[in-house]
Write a protein that binds this ligand. Structure first.
Ligand SMILES: [Mg+2]
Length: 252
């Protein structure tokens, strides 16, 4: 099995190293990842300057672009053949609820899916500091989970699996649950500051994160100490609204 690994925290990120260790027994690993942090770049593609991948090893490249660029180049140009899986992560921070729409980690998996490759995104659902302290303990558990997911008799079509790991030592994880996206609310997430010349600037990020969602939501599941696995697809169509809006055009 050939597996393409990528991330949005950059090729030097600890989470990518932990993912590589967890995946090394699964098959032949190729790593194509951004040369620097690209968190919250979502599914952006670099159109206005060329990309120059730098080969760091036999099956390892850094790309001066986004996670989407990296997966696109990996699959279309750098790998000798299409991979069997794209696995993205481990992100240093959660990707649950609406954050899947901002996430470069999830977008890397989306790009894999858009190119017809079954894909998995993995995120550590705690702070960056907790990730630094705890990620190494997750290697064995993550290996077991990814071995299971990549050998499912029928990996779901047109679907990516969004995995969030609870921010506890791996030995304290209670199990794995299938979940749905919850809702998250950032408060105080724009901090006004002064630049060195006294001009007003704004730093987006930080603040406190609150969430809501049913017991089977990603947020509730991770808060309860379980690994959350949410199946996502790329079709954002609001199906219930299609029916509810059936008479919109009757008067036309
Ligand atoms: Mg990130």
């Amino acid at each position: 099995m050939k597996i393409l690994l990528s991330n949005d925290d950059g090729i030097l990120a600890r989470g990518l190293g932990v993912l590589e260790r967890a995946c090394e027994s699964l098959g032949e690993l190729y790593v194509v990842a951004p040369d620097r942090e690209q968190s919250a770049t979502s599914h952006s593609l670099t159109l206005h300057h060329p990309l120059r991948p730098v080969r760091l090893g036999e099956r390892r490249w850094q790309v001066d672009g986004t996670p989407t660029d990296s997966v696109l180049l990996g699959i279309q140009v750098l790998m000798p053949e299409k991979p069997d899986f794209v696995i993205s992560g481990i992100n240093h921070g959660p990707n649950m609820g609406e954050d899947v729409l901002y996430s470069g980690t999830v977008a890397a998996a989306m790009e894999g899916l858009a190119l017809g490759v079954p894909s998995i995104a993995v995120s550590f659902a705690g702070s960056v500091l907790r990730a630094d302290a705890l990620l190494d303990s997750h290697v064995g558990m993550l290996r077991t989970l990814l071995e299971h997911l990549t050998s499912l008799p029928a990996f779901p079509a047109d679907t990516l699996l969004n995995v969030n790991l609870p921010a506890v030592e791996a030995s304290q994880i209670k199990g794995v649950k299938l979940t749905r996206l919850g809702r998250r609310v950032f408060s105080d997430s724009i901090t006004p500051m002064k630049d060195p010349w006294g001009r007003e600037i704004f730093w987006i990020g930080g603040g406190s994160v609150e969430w809501s969602g049913p017991d089977d939501s990603d947020f509730a599941t991770v808060a309860d100490g379980y690994v959350s696995v949410t199946p996502l697809h790329l079709d954002l169509t609001h199906r219930d609204q299609l029916d509810a809006s059936a008479d919109w055009w009757r008067a036309l």
